[in-house]
Design a protein around this ligand. Structure first.
Ligand code: SF4
Length: 340
């Protein structure tokens, strides 16, 4: 049976409550506190909470503000609440579903032609329960300190690399000052022409889109794009809309990728609304991924044939440019596989 602990205060008059760093620092990590903030009683939930999961709960206040109080099946809450279902071992779901650990040289994932991924940080602003990197040994792989120099040398020595993808964790969790230094070094490598961010931070803390960040990206010689990670239309509120408008006004190409998640966005109505809401915020739908079969996330998985049918239905209602490609990623394949 679940029990409710005392509520922990989440704001302090001494802090700058609207700065992204403060919002990051005060992210909620206690499931009982999260439920309390949403006026939910643990005994009335249709699922059991796991308060001691090693992949801890982590959710910042601006994201909680988008959840519907009193709704235990809120699609945003279900993405972050740690459930006992995560502890069920299911055949076919592994710790490293994309074999990334073996593919990696320190700080770098170089799987595809012409582009590679730099792991800038081990942390995220939010812990998504379905994350395929939930067991990833970030401490051994992140590109910081000496490893950052090794990563940059790797890029310098591989003239086929035209695009660098900053990833993590979440690359925007590092400060504007540190990012600035990395961007400068990438700009100094002549064969690199594109810079891409994969981030969920603006979605969960829109305040992360600072004027300084926008200006630096606007002034870069690199062609900059940002792939956001938005799974549900309820994640797009005025605050996020305004934040991404600042990025779009700075000339950043905005794209979105989602994961198809059972009970969260696996219906045509939600996916259609998601695409329309993204476009209204100047974000192009890009990919919708089948879940990567990571241990602990099997309860989010959807059937591939049903997914193909679902995307056909979405296509019947939307113009082509608003339909994301349904993709699956397989270890050791040279590109994502499009299945619809
Ligand atoms: S933000 Fe992305 S990398 Fe971080 S936990 Fe969520 S899905 Fe995983």
């Amino acid at each position: 049976m679940n029990k409710i602990p005392a509520i922990i205060p989440v704001s302090s008059p001494d802090c700058q409550v609207n700065s992204w760093k403060y919002l990051l620092k005060t992210a909620i990590s206690d499931p009982w506190q999260l439920l309390s903030l949403l006026n939910l009683h643990p005994d009335a939930l249709p699922y059991n909470i796991d308060p001691s999961n090693q992949f801890t709960l982590r959710v910042p206040r601006p994201y909680i503000d988008k959840m519907q109080p009193g709704n235990p099946e809120d699609p945003l809450l279900l993405q972050v609440i740690s459930q006992q279902a995560e502890n069920i071992q299911v055949a076919g779901y592994s710790q490293d579903p994309l074999s990334e650990v073996n593919n990696t040289c320190p700080g770098i994932l170089h799987k595809y032609h012409g582009r590679l991924l730099m792991i800038l940080s081990s942390a995220c602003a939010i812990n998504c329960r379905y994350c395929f990197r939930r067991h990833f040994p970030y401490q051994e792989q992140q590109a910081s300190g000496t490893r950052l120099n090794q990563s940059l040398n790797y890029i310098r020595n591989h003239s086929t690399i035209k695009e660098v993808i900053l990833s993590g964790g979440d690359p925007l969790i590092i400060s504007d000052e540190k990012l600035e230094k990395i961007i400068e070094q990438l700009e100094a490598i002549p064969h690199v022409i594109r810079l891409r961010f994969h981030t969920r931070l603006p979605v969960v803390i829109p305040q992360r889109v600072t004027t300084k960040l926008c200006q630096r990206l606007k002034n870069s010689r690199l062609q900059v794009s940002m792939v956001l990670h938005i799974n549900h239309p309820n994640e797009i509120d005025t605050s996020l809309h305004n934040a991404v408008a600042r990025l779009a006004d700075s000339g950043i190409q905005l794209l979105n990728q989602s994961v198809l998640l059972k009970g969260i966005n696996d219906n045509a109505e939600t996916l259609i609304l998601l695409s329309e809401t993204l476009f209204a915020s100047r974000i192009m739908p890009y990919y919708i991924h089948m879940l990567d079969k990571v241990a602990g996330a099997a309860h989010f998985d959807t059937d591939k044939e049903e997914a193909i049918k679902l995307l056909k239905e979405v296509r019947n209602h939307l113009p082509g440019y608003l339909c994301p490609a349904l993709a699956v990623e397989k270890p050791d394949e040279p590109a994502k596989r499009l299945i619809s």
